[in-house]
Design a protein around this ligand. Structure first.
Ligand code: FER
Length: 299
């Protein structure tokens, strides 16, 4: 009885909108260690003709364990940072290990993960001065390459569900800024948006999301997270504060750590479990009360 009353009070007192920041827990021990005897997904490299850049461009693609051309899958576009390329996630996080383990634990919706090169220019390598203005500009140009070239290519080559509810965009740092800019700027294309440690390329809030009404209606998930020791925290925080003031449902997590793959692996572990699920609910992940049953409601 007491629990019910506390639960009810919590439901009324805290709402989805009136959320404070939440702390993102660390993934359980072993989440990123290869396990014996489980089914594995596959990583391959694709090459597509970019009309935007005018040459062939590469992306890595992870297909889940049990992948079948007879089924149709949603797609997560997973973007890298300023010092990386299409291989950065694979080198820094070994996402196939994290995802294979999550599939083995039946915690993920089957999905394809596409890891593109988000520096849309002829020489898209991370060599030389990655902060050079033309290289930084190319992270902006990637919006067109993604929408006009890569997504149509992926949707021709792979058995995918080609609708907004089946497309997610998430990324780290510059890729986090791109995910917010491109995701919120193209709600007709993406319904799931995630930014890990978003960089200064993140548009200022009003420019990022002028139509808050549309976002309130159409977003399935808006995730913003950042390490507590990351110097770029201000970009996540100002976005969160705007969304909060405008009552746009979103998740804002602060976690222990800096600007590195320890944080981004953790982010991928949690975010991937939310994607393409009918309900926002993940075991061990705190959510704002009123969104989904929290620990008090589950007892
Ligand atoms: C900057 C600081 C950091 C910047 C970009 C970054 C374009 C990106 C960091 C990353 O992607 O890890 O001033 O300007």
């Amino acid at each position: 009885m007491k629990k019910n009353i506390i639960g009810l009070l919590c439901l009324f007192a805290c709402s989805w909108f009136a959320q404070a920041q939440l702390t993102l827990p660390g993934a359980p021990e072993g989440f990123d260690k290869e396990k014996e005897g489980i089914a594995r997904g596959k990583i391959e490299t694709l090459s597509y003709d970019s009309t935007t850049v005018g040459n062939a461009r590469k992306a890595l693609v992870y297909t889940p364990p049990g992948f079948s051309a007879d089924e149709k899958y949603p797609v997560l576009y997973l973007l890298h940072g300023i010092g990386g390329d299409e291989k950065e996630w694979n080198n820094g996080a070994k996402p196939q290990i994290i995802l294979d383990n999550l599939y083995a634990a039946k915690k993920l919706a089957p999905m394809i993960v596409v890891m593109p090169n988000g520096r849309a220019m002829k020489d898209d390598s991370a060599a030389g001065n990655v902060m050079a203005p033309d290289k930084v500009k190319a992270f902006e140009t990637f919006e067109k390459d993604l929408l006009k070239d890569l997504i149509p290519f992926v949707e021709k080559k792979y058995p995918v569900k080609a609708e907004r509810e089946s497309r997610a965009i998430a990324g780290l740092s510059m890729g986090g800024g791109q995910s917010l800019n491109f995701g919120l700027g193209n709600l007709d294309t993406f319904a799931w948006v995630g930014a890990f440690s978003a960089a200064p390329n993140t548009k200022p809030p009003k420019e990022l999301l002028p139509d808050t009404e549309k976002a309130r209606k159409e977003l399935k998930l808006l995730w913003i997270s950042c390490g507590d020791a990351d110097g770029l925290m201000g970009f996540s925080k100002r976005t969160h504060e705007y969304l909060e003031a405008e009552k746009v449902p979103h998740l804002f997590y602060v976690e222990k750590g800096g600007h590195d793959f320890k944080v981004w692996k953790n982010d991928l572990y949690w975010l991937s479990q939310l994607l393409f699920q009918p309900e926002l609910r993940v075991e061990g992940l705190p959510l704002p009360a009123g969104v989904a049953p929290g620990p008090s409601a589950k007892e």
